[in-house]
Ligand binder design. Structure first.
Ligand code: NAD
Ligand code: LMR
Length: 340
């Protein structure tokens, strides 16, 4: 049997004693695609998170090794590795959060939409299993094209009768991470204090950073600099794809961003107040059914989808320009889920 129980019985009993004496709730988190470029560092970062009590690492290959490796780290969670479809049910049962970085990454010259043909099917299969084995879990979708994979997930869940719009998230935290880094560099402010909302979607011009709302405010940035910052944020993924020259896309910064977002979801579930992150969620703040904006996270997932706030003229133009592309990516996902 290829199922790997990665913690020994003695370690497990220690884990259980620690858990029962702790007031931190039990939280099972699964990473689907855990042996991949994102999956491995993300598994590491989730193992370091004290809010996680059970870490379930699933992939079609390679997870026993990743789970054995990560399980030796002396932190709270019990780590289990699952490999192959016949172990997917066990990987998912009882999950509070399922993070999905499964699927192929871009190579130079490709758009995220070029990944659709392969990743749409992968996401559909995994979401079908989520609907069956952990219908109440919060789903953090990382697999690209996010603008289409999130609508695919919603349709799969609707068909299964398990859809809850509060529990489905497209992970766009990396756009925020990039916008913060690039802004801090130009504004000459402490990057640790920077906040920048990034709205819209997660591909090219659909990524719309709102530097007019960035804090701390920098009044010294010219229109040219703001345009360059916007463009760099929109092309951040491509910058990494080109630098990796055929060896994939962002993995380490994505693992960091994915771990931040999952941590925010867990804090929300645990009742921590005022947890706000940008995410691609079901939304009525524009005419599109899904949109990235700030979202308040709570005990049931999305507590409130926050509006866009005041936009500069440049940002208003960016918003108008992104709507058609985002609309067609959403429709493509919905159509795929209902056709196949
Ligand atoms: P990778 O090829 O290194 O890893 C993908 C993993 O998924 C592999 O281990 C593979 O075995 C696994 N996999 C494939 N089919 C599977 C299935 N049916 N079930 C479970 N696992 C399966 O790729 P990566 O660099 O980790 O990127 C993964 C995805 O994340 C890509 O689609 C990429 O475009 C996307 N991504 C998204 C963001 C974002 O901001 N949302 C950022 C970076 C990458
Ligand atoms: C990113 O923004 O880095 C990811 O979406 C991966 C990619 O293909 O750019």
């Amino acid at each position: 049997h290829s199922l790997r129980r990665a913690t020994s019985a003695s370690q497990q009993s220690i884990t259980c004693r620690n858990l029962s004496s702790s007031s931190t709730p039990h939280r099972k988190v699964a990473v689907l695609g855990a042996a991949g470029g994102i999956g491995q560092p993300l598994s590491l970062l989730m193992k370091l998170n004290p809010l996680v009590s059970q870490l379930s690492l699933y992939d079609i290959a390679g997870t026993p090794g990743v789970a054995a490796d990560v399980s030796h780290i002396n932190t709270r969670s019990e780590v289990m590795g699952y490999v192959g479809e016949d172990q997917l049910a066990q990987a998912l049962e009882g999950c509070d959060i399922v993070i999905i970085p499964a699927g192929v990454p871009r190579k130079p010259g490709m758009t995220r939409d070029d990944l659709f043909n392969i990743n749409a099917g992968i996401v559909k299969g995994l979401c079908t299993a989520i609907a069956k084995y952990c219908p109440n879990a919060l789903v953090n979708m990382i697999s690209n094209p996010v603008n289409s994979t999130v609508p695919i997930a919603s349709e799969v869940f609707k068909k299964a009768g398990t859809y809850d719009e509060k529990r489905l998230f497209g992970v766009t935290t990396l756009d925020v991470v990039r916008a913060k880094t690039f802004y801090a560099g130009k504004a000459n402010v402490n990057v640790a204090e920077v906040n920048v909302p990034v709205v819209g979607g997660h591909a090219g011009i659909t990524i719309l950073p709102l530097f007019s709302q960035a804090t701390p405010q920098a009044n010294n940035l010219s229109d040219e600099v703001l345009t360059a910052l916007t463009k760099r944020t929109q092309d951040g993924g491509t910058e990494v794809v080109e630098a990796k020259a055929g060896k994939g896309s962002a993995t380490l910064s994505m693992a960091y961003a994915g771990a931040l977002f999952a941590d925010a979801c867990m804090k929300g579930l645990n009742g921590v107040p005022d947890v706000v992150e940008c995410s691609f969620v079901q939304s009525s703040i524009t005419e599109l059914p899904f949109f990235v904006s700030k979202v308040r996270l709570g005990k049931n997932g999305v507590e409130e989808v926050l509006g866009l706030g005041a936009l500069s003229d440049y940002e208003k133009q960016g918003l108008e320009a992104l709507l058609p592309e985002l609309k067609s990516s959403i429709e493509k996902g919905i159509k795929f889920a209902n056709q196949s």
